[in-house]
Design a protein around this ligand. Structure first.
Ligand SMILES: [Zn+2]
Length: 342
């Protein structure tokens, strides 16, 4: 099959003919129609996230099951599918409780320890494939459907993690990024007033289109004072897609009574918070990690009903993926980019 392969970290994609994958017992193979090109996999390409090489990356996939291994009863040939990004075990207590991202026996991720979607076919454990709900056209909307599984489902999960209720106020830090923009959309869907925070004002038009009621650039103002002024005392929920010391601390300081802060950015830095304020204001500090299989299905169902739809601003062919990733690295993609495999 045709594939775009990375031979080493921080290298260019190389177009190669590699053997077609064949399913072992418990596995299945899907023909890949589309694969999203987000920052998560750009980190793998650049060597900022560990992976083994040579590697085919990509996990925001729309596909169609073409081959089924021995013992697989959950899939049929021709099923339209997407996938879960984590290689979870499916039998530990966390997996059985519906917390696949916290699996006790996790053996890596699609596209870091096992080959992913920048190829004609993908082989995975059958439990990683998710059959699409009714009402989606997986051929016509392949690029959008693949992107849902991470870029839209992750923000969907945050809505329940933070228990966002209609009428509440939500600030999104890093709102101009691929996930941030979809968080603006999902917070609006949940009925919230949404404040988009980003250091790149050129992203604000897209934030407003996605549902932001207000936009603030921390380079222009004191972000905590500006949000407190706008909200008359603080937000109900602050969501941080950066996770630098500055953004986490600012997000916490903008919380009002019973405020909830959720952090899920890549920076992973330490921060300070005042325990007395947390006590007196009954505030919560939360982390959120990817999604469950059920949340992917729920998000796809929202799309099938037309309640939300991902923002895919650039769709290219697989052969153009190097160029797409340059734009991702430069932060020039609004929402998400995706490649089609034909
Ligand atoms: Zn497990």
């Amino acid at each position: 099959m045709k594939a775009m392969v990375l031979d080493a970290p921080n290298s260019s994609f190389i177009k190669k003919e590699v053997p077609d994958p064949a399913p072992d017992p418990g596995e299945a193979v899907a023909k890949v129609l589309s694969c999203g090109s987000g920052l998560t996999i750009q980190h793998v390409k650049m060597g900022r996230t560990p992976a083994t090489f040579p590697r085919i990356i990509g996990h925001e996939i729309t596909g169609e099951i073409v081959e089924i291994g021995q013992g697989v009863t959950s899939l049929r040939i021709g099923d339209p599918v997407t996938i879960h990004f984590y290689l979870f075990c499916g039998y530990c207590k966390k997996c059985l409780s519906g917390y696949e991202p916290l699996c006790e026996n996790i053996h890596g991720f699609v596209g870091t320890t096992q080959d992913g979607g920048y190829a004609e076919y993908i082989k995975l454990p059958a439990r990683n494939f998710i059959v699409l709900p009714e009402g989606l056209d997986h051929k016509k909307d392949a690029a959008a459907i693949g992107v849902v599984t991470d870029a839209l489902a992750t923000p969907y999960k945050v809505v329940s993690r933070a228990n966002i209720k209609p009428g509440e106020t939500v600030a999104v830090f890093g709102a101009g990024g691929g996930l941030g923009l979809h968080q603006v959309m999902m917070a609006k869907w949940a009925g919230a007033r949404v404040i988009a925070v980003d250091i790149d004002s050129s992203k604000f038009e897209a934030c407003i289109s996605a549902g932001a009621d207000e936009t603030i650039n921390p380079k222009d103002v004191n972000i905590v004072e500006a949000i407190r002024d706008l909200t008359g005392g603080g937000v109900d929920v602050a969501i941080d897609y950066v996770s630098s010391t500055f953004t986490v601390e600012a997000a916490i300081e903008t919380l009002g009574p019973h405020g909830r802060m959720v952090t899920l950015g890549g920076a992973g830095e330490d921060f300070k918070a005042n325990s007395k304020t947390l006590l007196l204001q009954e505030q919560s500090i939360l982390g959120s990690r990817y999604v469950t299989r059920a949340q992917i299905i729920e998000t796809l169902e929202l799309c099938a009903r037309g309640e939300v739809w991902p923002i895919v601003s650039l769709i290219k062919s697989l052969e153009d993926v190097e160029n797409v990733h340059e734009l991702v690295e430069q932060g020039k993609i609004t929402g998400r980019a995706a490649v089609l495999i034909d």
